[in-house]
Design a protein around this ligand. Structure first.
Ligand SMILES: O=C(O)CCC(=O)C(=O)O
Length: 269
């Protein structure tokens, strides 16, 4: 085991209602590729069936004054010129079912680490270079053909992607292994200066993507993502000005199975 250098950072918690700061230690160098499956780093893998990925509801968050519940498809311009776009019934039933059949057979997802803790979800990262999140560099593998095919079908509904360069992506599985949690805390996909659009295709249980301004703590949107929906966070400033997170479900709301496919795109040079 190699030693790991840490830098200590003071970070603003943006996922809580209160404004307390927390101190977190972040790995300075890539020390461990946390999705390693073999040898001493053998990680727990998630198993799921197509039946478990059937559409399923979830408890929606209660919203306060300025918090918008976005539960209709549409194009939502944000004050800084960024755009949130939500599409429902993105793929035909046959294409959605084919995607689900191949996604459940995908055995690459593992439970990685976010900071020092195991993530309450399984995932596999795709792309040409390691991708950093949760304070660690994540191993990436090439995008499989079935995802590239699905991406082409998504492009028919969201043609703007044809004008961008695909950068990397992550396929995430949430399921009942993580009852009481199963979320992702607030973060921005801002690791690349040219990042512009981030898409999220969802199958299985409905979950809520909370998008929140970094500059105006009252500006946030709770975006409802049912089975076979696509959310797009679009614009070069989106990741600079907003965080996003997957809201935890309450104790009385069981965590069903959901797979999300996130793909990040860069502006064409
Ligand atoms: O599961 C999701 O829909 C969101 C995933 C996400 O936020 C991310 O991978 O950066």
């Amino acid at each position: 085991m190699t030693s790991i250098d840490f830098i200590v950072q003071k970070r603003k918690r943006v996922d809580d209602d209160d404004d307390d700061d927390v101190v977190v230690a972040v790995a300075k160098k890539p020390a461990v590729l946390t999705t390693e499956k073999s040898g001493e780093n053998k990680a727990k893998q998630g198993k799921i069936s197509a039946t478990q990925l059937a559409p399923m509801g979830c408890n929606l968050p209660r919203t306060k004054n300025s918090q918008s519940l976005v539960d209709v498809a549409g194009f939502f311009p944000l004050p800084d010129g960024s755009v949130l776009e939500i599409l429902y019934n993105v793929l035909s039933k046959d294409d959605r079912d084919e995607y689900v059949a191949l996604a459940v057979a995908n055995d690459e997802r593992v439970q990685g680490k976010g900071g020092f803790s195991p993530t309450p979800r399984y995932y596999v990262c795709y792309g040409a270079e390691p991708y950093k999140f949760g304070g660690a560099y994540q191993k990436t593998i090439p995008f499989p053909d079935y995802i590239a095919r699905t991406e082409r079908k998504i492009m028919q509904k969201y043609p703007r992607l044809r004008t961008l360069r695909r950068w990397n992506g992550v396929d995430t599985l949430y399921n009942g292994d993580f009852n009481g949690s199963g979320g992702i805390s607030a973060h921005s996909d801002d690791e690349h200066p040219d990042i512009t659009d981030v898409i999220g295709y969802s199958v299985g249980q409905t979950r809520v993507l909370r998008v929140r301004s970094k500059h105006n703590k009252d500006q946030w949107y709770n975006v409802v993502m049912p089975d076979n929906s696509l959310v797009v966070m679009s614009g070069p400033n989106f990741q600079r000005n907003y965080t996003h997170q997957i809201d935890k479900l309450g104790k009385n709301s069981p965590i069903g199975a959901r797979i999300s496919l996130t793909i990040r795109y860069l502006a064409m040079k």
